[in-house]
Design a protein around this ligand. Structure first.
Ligand SMILES: Nc1ncnc2c1ncn2[C@@H]1O[C@H](COP(=O)(O)OP(=O)(O)OP(=O)(O)O)[C@@H](O)[C@H]1O
Ligand SMILES: [Mg+2]
Length: 228
């Protein structure tokens, strides 16, 4: 079970790639609706932690609970069903399907969970409007700017009204102005839908958008002390 009040809880996660330790006893807790920034040096284990929390990879040992369910004890099929129903994802780049239009990209996860095309596309268009990129709805990802593409990716992550959004350096490939705008839109939209966010970032300024900061060092996650 997760401790009272927390939605997602990881305990003593360990993961090694061959002889390289990536996680070395990491604990992590997330409350419903909370925005948590995950920071730390390159190679410290941030992406590995996020992938374990989201059930994309399994740790070598340790547990991840989501509500009263243990993610680390589920079958692959159960985990993918949970991911599709309850989680949204935004990565640094390369996540949009190049053959589909931006609108179809946003609609794709909705279609996969059974929504009818018309309904999925109407809802997707609303999300593109909210992220201020409805003008690129009919374009393919290769025909839009980096910032527009990331906003489309945020729209796609949020369109399924997930309870948790996992974002791994969603603005890492953008200039600071575009990055800031994407960050504002991501956190505003998440707060509006009460989605919790786990946000991996190198940007110290992201503190302004988060409720809490966690720093990962050498595969161990610690609460940032003195953070406002
Ligand atoms: N697929 C993999 N195969 C082998 N080693 C890996 C793999 N993924 C990560 N690692 C190693 O595990 C450690 C943690 O990597 P991870 O990607 O979690 O770091 P990170 O904090 O996200 O870094 P960055 O800020 O550069 O994205 C590193 O030493 C990395 O080299
Ligand atoms: Mg990483």
């Amino acid at each position: 079970m997760t401790p009272a009040g927390s939605l997602l809880h990881a305990s003593a996660l360990r993961k090694a790639y061959g002889t390289t330790p990536a996680l070395d006893g990491a604990d992590f807790s997330l409350h419903a609706g909370e925005v948590v920034a995950v920071m730390g040096p390159s190679g410290s284990g941030k992406s590995t932690l996020l992938h374990c929390l989201a059930g994309i990879i399994g740790p070598d040992s340790g547990t991840v609970h989501y509500g009263n369910r243990e993610l680390t004890a589920m079958s692959d099929a159960e985990r993918s069903a949970l991911r599709r129903a309850d989680f949204g994802f935004v990565f640094q780049f390369g996540q949009l399907v190049p053959e589909l239009t931006c609108l179809e990209n946003v609609a794709l996860p909705l279609r996969l969970t059974g929504a009818k095309r018309k309904e999925a596309e109407a809802r997707s268009l609303e999300w593109l409007e909210r992220l201020e990129v409805d003008t690129v709805a009919a374009k393919r990802p290769g025909e839009v700017s980096g910032g527009q593409g990331q906003r489309v990716a945020v729209a796609r992550a949020l369109a399924g009204t997930p309870r948790v959004v996992f974002a791994d350096e969603p603005t890492g490939a953008l200039d600071s102005l575009n990055g800031e705008r994407v960050m504002t839109l991501l956190t505003e939209a998440s707060r509006a839908t009460s989605a919790a966010v786990v946000l991996v970032t190198h940007e110290a300024r992201v503190a302004a958008y988060s409720d809490r900061e966690v720093v990962v060092r050498d595969g161990v996650a610690r609460e940032m002390v003195g953070a406002v």
